[in-house]
Write a protein that binds this ligand. Sequence first.
Ligand code: SF4
Length: 61
Amino acid sequence: MKFKVNDSCISCGMCAGSCPEVFHMADSGMAEAIPDDVAPEVEESAIDAMNNCPAGAIEEA
Ligand code: SF4
């Protein structure tokens, strides 16, 4: 399972805070997801971050 962040990101930082294994804040100020498949043990936390993103900016890639 892979994730990506689209242009709707409002830079709130929540995903990077709740699932730092997958998301980080890029120099642009917007969040970025790791390009690789996420490890099975962090999948649930990444899905939670996707579902809780206030901008709906996280998608399955
Ligand atoms: S939770 Fe959503 S809006 Fe907030 S930084 Fe992550 S992708 Fe951007």
